[in-house]
Design a protein around this ligand. Sequence first.
Ligand code: BTN
Length: 256
Amino acid sequence: MLDAKKIKELINCDIDVFSFDCVCSTNLLAKEHGAKFLGDALFIAEAQTNGRGRLGRTFYSPENSGIYMSLTLTPRLKPEDYTLITTAAAVSVAKAIDCYLNTPTKIKWVNDIFLNGKKVCGILTEGVFEKDYSFAVLGIGINLFEPKNGFPEEISQIAGGIFENGCTESIKTDIIAKIINNFYEYYSVLPQKDFLSEYRAKDMLKGKTVDYVKNGICYTGTAQGITDTLELKVVDSNNTTHFLSSGEVTIGSKKA
Ligand code: BTN
């Protein structure tokens, strides 16, 4: 497992750091921690048996392949501002990974990070809302390299790794510390959206034909970019403008 003490030394914020070989889901651990009012904390695992993805999916988290980490973020925000956490995190991760690459990563709205057309990172922010308290958990799953036996068939077309030939523990540690340091810089002034210009610069969808569903109807349109309120602006084939605030967009094959 990664050295929690080393990671704590490298990060600029005073949060607890816990490192494990294998857990069910780091998001689950971060939630349990939040419910005990113990402050912000970082949970890292080398593998997860039940990694959680967006939209009820699982996140493939085998050992020796990725970084799986979650942050408990004690409340500072209104629940409606939780999207800012995800977008700030996407930029934080992309910048950290870019330090090790010649080709820069791209962000696919809202929260997927792509490298050379393959998804290398997914982000899942979950809110916990109880009668007397609420907090957020930010989960980040990074595919550092392709697992020994390849990705499972259902994600083999989309998932990719960052490094071709593995990477050292010290690179893993450094990437984690960079992500946390980048993130807390944005998080400390989150409503200012200091990450927005970099988010836009890394927008993978702008100008592309995309398929999306709005109010149960499927559309094809051209992505126009990210608004100040982090919606994806799309113009459909009838020249109608849509602002998407959540959901999934796929890069389409049809003509808009
Ligand atoms: C997605 O792409 O659907 C989001 C995936 C988020 C996966 C990460 S891995 C660490 C953390 N723990 C989880 O169970 N999920 C998140």
